[in-house]
Design a protein around this ligand. Structure first.
Ligand SMILES: Nc1ncnc2c1ncn2[C@@H]1O[C@H](COP(=O)(O)OP(=O)(O)OP(=O)(O)O)[C@@H](O)[C@H]1O
Length: 245
């Protein structure tokens, strides 16, 4: 059974169809990539799946056997679905450790304080943020460490599935390489990953399946090598600002 099923999901902003009858399935344990030119609806797709900040206008979304398209964001998180955002999001005036603690408490309620602390330390360890940085304010971190912190806050929710929105944006080549290793490490822990990215090499090296969105519609889904060789995909990308190979 797929872990995530998106069936004919649509979302409009006024007359703009940001998502138009989008359907796909993600199997447990896979890394599923999502590409598409600027404004093709990628982040909107994550928004409607997670209910943050809005659900879809129509269509059905089933996560781990439960229909979620009308559920509140926190209830979806409690089912085991976590996400990161395109821009680094953290509580800037809280420390690294406090940020991860808060997120763990939100995503996994009813744990003891000891379990929460252990969960936070484990998440920070998984993303490679050393103890020397746990007491630093989030606002003092480098861009890369802020991305690692955002990842740690999602991992601390102990999700079954993690949605990552452009984890490589703004990173240097060596940082991108480190991020690829980090995402593999999280996947190896049994977390299913859905990954939005403009950097196609990033998607190619990680994804088992690749979906390309164009103007709110699914252009194609398949094996990443076949997908990027597809003439329609090349055409959709040509001339777009952020397309990178
Ligand atoms: N809250 C909103 N209100 C109005 N329009 C929106 C809203 N969110 C997204 N849109 C519009 O919906 C379309 C899809 O946007 P979305 O951010 O999902 O694209 P994207 O593929 O993630 O783009 P990018 O690669 O630039 O991040 C765009 O035309 C965008 O301007």
């Amino acid at each position: 059974m797929p872990l995530l099923e998106v069936e004919s999901v649509s979302k409009a902003f006024g007359s703009l169809k940001a998502l138009d009858k989008v359907s796909f399935k993600v199997e447990p344990g896979e890394i599923f990539g999502i590409a598409g030119p600027n404004g093709s609806g990628k982040s909107t797709l994550f928004n409607v799946i997670t209910g943050i900040p809005f659900g879809p206008d129509s269509g059905r979304i089933v996560f781990d056997g439960v229909e979620i398209q009308r559920k509140a964001g926190h209830k979806i998180a409690w089912l085991g679905l976590a996400r990161t955002f395109q821009r680094e999001t953290s509580f800037d005036k809280l420390t690294v450790f406090e940020n991860v603690l808060v997120s763990g408490a939100y995503g996994k309620p009813n744990r003891s304080p000891e379990e929460e602390r252990a969960g936070a330390l484990e998440a920070l360890d998984i993303v490679g943020l050393p103890r020397s940085r746990h007491g630093r304010l989030a606002e003092e971190l480098s861009v890369f460490d802020r991305k690692c912190l955002m990842l740690a806050t999602a991992v601390a929710m102990q999700p079954k599935m993690l949605l990552l929105d452009e984890p490589a944006s703004g990173l240097t080549r060596p940082e991108i390489e480190t991020s690829i290793g980090l995402i593999r490490r999280i996947a190896d822990l049994g977390v299913t990953i859905v990954l939005i990215e403009h950097v196609l090499t990033f998607l190619m090296s990680l994804s088992q399946h690749l979906l390309v969105l164009n103007q709110g519609e699914v252009l194609t889904i398949g094996n990443p090598k076949d997908v990027i060789a597809d003439a329609r995909v090349i055409e959709a990308y040509l001339g777009t600002r952020k397309a990178a190979v």
